[in-house]
Design a protein around this ligand. Structure first.
Ligand code: UDP
Length: 231
């Protein structure tokens, strides 16, 4: 693989605290990504915003405004994680689909690819820039735009199961599953809209647990123990 997009949920950045940032967790993520970068793999990152806010958090305020707050939460997350990545020795650039003054660079495919070719880890913050989308749809969109070879999904659970292992002790984990089957069975590693975009644009997924030892670095090797979603 030459180029991958790694999606980290907002909660993954918060560690056990579930909210805000857990620096130790983020440094561990950074060190693993550095292993990929040191092998000349181009890495793009999308973070969620759930450690601060999700559009569906509020039933009181207007959904468009709530989603805007969610998108801004992902900008905070990317600025933070990008700086942790710099701390461990990588070069980074944060892109947003809307102007954030001097905080970020306005996204364009050409600029992002140029930065990747320069060896920077690029962050795609602010989702799609539109309400009623998610960071899942934003991630797939960017993965398609930058022509990523795969999307890596680092999750709280270590792969895709045929039923919820928290509720069913006999739940079976898939080593491999096609995207059609994942959609048909509604085994949602990513939301439905994002899954359909993956299917139509042939973006394979590698789903694994962020808490597993070295799971990000192992995801593109034969040590991968999560679920591969084929397209
Ligand atoms: N969001 C949005 N449009 C986008 C991406 C994100 O409106 O293109 C908002 C939406 O409100 C979402 C929030 O940003 O709930 C944070 O993202 P998400 O819930 O996907 O975070 P995660 O669950 O991955 O931490």
């Amino acid at each position: 693989m030459k180029r991958v997009l790694l999606k980290l949920s907002g909660e993954a950045l918060a560690g056990d605290k579930k909210t805000g940032f857990d620096e130790e967790t983020c440094v561990k993520v950074a060190n693993q990504v550095k292993e990929l970068v040191d092998q000349n793999i181009q890495v793009a990152i999308v973070t969620g915003g759930g450690n601060f806010w999700r559009g569906r958090t509020s039933e009181t305020i207007d959904r468009v405004k709530a989603d805007q707050i969610g998108m801004l939460a992902t900008v905070m997350n990317c600025i933070y994680v990008s700086d942790i990545f710099r701390y461990v020795g990588m070069k980074t650039e944060v892109f947003t689909p809307f102007q954030c003054g001097a905080f970020t660079t306005l996204f364009s495919k050409d600029r992002a690819l140029q930065s990747l070719e320069e060896g920077k880890v690029v962050f795609f913050a602010g989702g799609t820039g539109h309400p009623y989308f998610s960071t899942d749809t934003g991630s797939v969109l960017r993965a398609i735009e930058i022509e990523a070879d795969a999307m890596l999904l680092a999750k709280a659970i270590d792969g895709i199961y045929d039923s919820d292992p928290k509720e069913n002790p006999d739940a079976q984990k898939y080593e491999e599953i096609s995207i059609e089957e994942m959609i048909d069975k509604r085994l949602m590693a990513i939301d439905l809209a994002a899954s359909i975009m993956c299917m139509e644009n042939k973006v394979p997924l590698l789903v694994f647990g962020l808490n597993e030892e070295n799971s990000i670095a192992n995801s593109i090797t034969d040590k991968f123990t999560g679920t591969k979603v084929t397209v």
